[in-house]
Design a protein around this ligand. Structure first.
Ligand SMILES: CC(C)(COP(=O)(O)OP(=O)(O)OC[C@H]1O[C@@H](n2cnc3c(N)ncnc32)[C@H](O)[C@@H]1OP(=O)(O)O)[C@@H](O)C(=O)NCCC(=O)NCCS
Length: 157
């Protein structure tokens, strides 16, 4: 993903999430600048159809909705912040392919994420499992997501 992809990213985001979960262009742009090389676009029939944004983080640390990517001095996991596949492109394996690519190119064996909407089964299939409880500060970050949000971890091995 590069800044030139942002209009497509915003369009995909809008098609995948309710307005309360849409993050701003400025936030996404800042994250891309903060963690270049950690975000990807997937094309279907040569058109952007899905995106994945990740960054290096610490196990147990949750990015609040709309929060900046805060890269620690000694990361121990890849934080998968947002995976979105346009509904018209769903079920074609794009989501799984993006996750495979990100995990395959990660230098950390663990990965973590906040699961929202109805994606838990998808993430279980990608090798993630629920992790609870979180400390008070991180639980407050998790509570910034509307609906049921779960912190999930994929351990090495
Ligand atoms: C969840 C999402 C990323 C899945 O992307 P996708 O490209 O449609 O998924 P894939 O085609 O790669 O599916 C991989 C597997 O997961 C399954 N799967 C996908 N979405 C699923 C869901 N919501 N519930 C259960 N299983 C699901 C598929 O059936 C497939 O299984 P198979 O390998 O046994 O055939 C996509 O639906 C999406 O972007 N949703 C809206 C945004 C969102 O909620 N993102 C996740 C935030 S945590």
């Amino acid at each position: 993903m590069t800044p030139a992809d942002l209009p497509a990213v915003l369009a995909i985001q809008q098609s995948c999430y309710p307005p309360s979960m849409n993050e701003t262009e400025a936030t996404i742009r800042d994250r891309l600048a903060c963690a270049p090389g950690f975000a990807w676009i997937a094309l279907l029939n040569e058109n952007p159809a899905a995106y994945l944004m990740t960054y290096p983080s610490k196990t147990g640390k949750v990015t609040p909705l709309g929060g900046a990517f805060d890269i620690p001095q000694a990361p121990d996991c890849l934080y998968v912040h947002d995976l979105a596949v346009s509904p018209t492109a769903g079920g074609n394996g794009l989501g799984a392919a993006l996750v495979r690519h990100a995990l395959g190119s990660s230098r950390w064996p663990a990965a973590a994420l906040v699961c929202v909407q109805d994606a838990r089964q998808f993430w279980l299939q990608q090798g993630f499992a629920d992790l609870a409880p979180l400390d008070t500060e991180q639980a407050a970050h998790l509570a910034t997501y509307p609906g049921t949000a779960r912190y999930m971890l994929r351990r090495p091995g």
